[in-house]
Structures are given as C-alpha cells and as structure tokens.
Design a protein around this ligand. Structure first.
Ligand SMILES: Nc1ncnc2c1ncn2[C@@H]1O[C@H](COP(=O)(O)OP(=O)(O)OP(=O)(O)O)[C@@H](O)[C@H]1O
Ligand SMILES: [Mg+2]
Length: 234
C-alpha cells in the first residue's frame, strides 16, 4: 500500500534520514520505534508531503506521491495526526473535527464521517460544543485522532499518540487505535512507547539516527536483545 524506497531527507545541509526503506501493507498496523531525534517525525512529514526527499521515492497505492502537494496526498487517503496534537484550542471539538475534512470529497461526506467518529468515540459527542483547549489530555488526543479520520483515510499516520499522557490514558489511547484498526484502516504509528506500540502492531521497524537498524514481526522485535535492552528496559 505504502512503499518508501531509499529516501534521503535533509534540513539544509544536515541529513536527517539515510536511505530509509519500509512498507505498509493493506490493513496492516506498522510501528516505527525510536528514541528522541531518531527521525520519526521527519519520516511522517516526508510521507505527508511537508518535507521532500532529496533522493528516493514514495509510492502509495501504486502511485508516486513524493512530488505531490500535501492536500493531494490527503485526497489520496493518507492522514497524519501530528506530534503534540496541534488542535485549535479556542475552537470547539466539533469545529476541530470539521477542520479535518478539508479536501472536497471529505467535506461533502463530513456529516456521515462525524457520525462514524462519534460512534467510535462517544465521549467526543458529549464534548462536541466544548473548546478543544479545555478538554482533558486524553480527550484532546481522541479529538486529534478523530480529526485525522475526518479525511476518510485509508492510511492513518500517528505521531507519538501516547506523548505526555498518564499511564491510564496511554492504555486508553492504544485501545482507541485498536478500534480504528478493526475498522479496516491501515495504521503507521511512530512511538517511543515501544512496548505498547509493538503490542498493537503487526510489524515494526527500529529507527536510529535516521537509519532503519532492525525490522521484523512485532513478536520478533520484542524478543530482540537490542530492542529489549535499549527500548524495553529489560
Ligand atoms: N526543522 C528542522 N530543522 C533542522 N533540523 C531538524 C528540524 N526538524 C528536525 N530536525 C533534526 O532532524 C533529526 C530528526 O528529528 P525528528 O523530529 O524527525 O525526530 P523524532 O524521532 O521525531 O524525535 P522526537 O521523538 O523527539 O519527536 C534531529 O536531529 C532534529 O534535530
Ligand atoms: Mg517526533
């Protein structure tokens, strides 16, 4: 479904990603795990068209997307829930959701999609007229994910959804993602919370200083000695 092939990404002269290759298959959940500054956000931002690879290619559903503008990539079916949520704090939950339906096709279907999001997350319906900035951390994360779903994505990319949440809310967030996965949406999740990410995902990649160093089924990664010592604290 998504094929990232040998991308090299730079910030000015500074190289952030080195010959990065990985894939996400239809209906699959894939985790990219790595510590601070490894290049996780850079990877997602390159797929969503905010950054451009200097070399290498990205294909989605058989089409090259690495030269398309971000809104075209959303139209093709990729949504990103950004790191730190980036909600509009003085707009209501409902208005934030509508902001996610920015491309024409999604806008036409927004009422139906909102119903679907409220079915998935009844809590959001209860809070729909509340300002996003006054929602609890967990509710804000739910809203950020809901906003991503408003573009009716085939692939949802989540940038550290558990960041800054108390342990109880981390569990709840991963339960929410599990629900979305059951709806048949493919998921690419980047996380420092390696244990939960690998529990959720079918496969995973470890990224270290901009390079993929280990890849495999989630179970294999959990048993990998380097993953155990460096990321699982075992
Ligand atoms: N706008 C930028 N300008 C210059 N360098 C950047 C920029 N954004 C990121 N970098 C650098 O690129 C590298 C990868 O950063 P990135 O944000 O992708 O890491 P990350 O894995 O998402 O980290 P974190 O877990 O802290 O979010 C880092 O060395 C970072 O300093
Ligand atoms: Mg990041």
């Amino acid at each position: 479904m998504l094929k990232v092939d040998g991308i090299n990404v730079f910030y000015g002269d500074l190289q952030a990603l080195w010959d990065l290759s990985f894939e996400v298959n239809e209906k699959e959940t894939v985790a990219i795990i790595g510590s601070n500054c490894a290049g996780k956000t850079t990877t997602l931002n390159t797929i969503s068209g905010i950054l451009r690879p200097r070399t290498g290619s990205i294909e989605f559903l058989g089409q090259r997307i690495d030269e398309l503008p971000p809104h075209r990539i959303v139209e093709l079916g990729i949504a990103q829930t950004p790191e730190g949520r980036q909600l509009f704090p003085s707009m209501t939950a409902m208005e934030n959701l509508e902001m996610g339906a920015s491309v024409p096709e999604a806008w036409r279907n927004r009422n139906r999609t909102i119903e679907w999001v409220f079915e998935l997350f009844p809590r959001l319906e209860e809070r729909k007229t509340q300002m996003a900035g006054t929602l609890s951390g967990g509710e804000q994360q739910m809203l950020a994910i809901g906003r991503g779903l408003m573009s009716m994505p085939k692939l949802l990319m989540l940038d550290e959804p558990s960041l800054g949440l108390a342990p109880m809310l981390v569990l709840k967030t991963f339960e929410m993602i599990e629900r979305i996965r059951k709806e048949g949406v493919s998921i690419l999740i980047v996380e420092q919370n390696v244990y939960h990410a690998l529990e959720l995902a079918d496969r995973g990649y470890v990224i270290e200083t901009g390079k993929i160093t280990i890849e495999g089924e989630s179970k294999e990664l959990m048993d990998n000695e380097h993953v155990k010592t460096a990321y699982l604290g075992l």
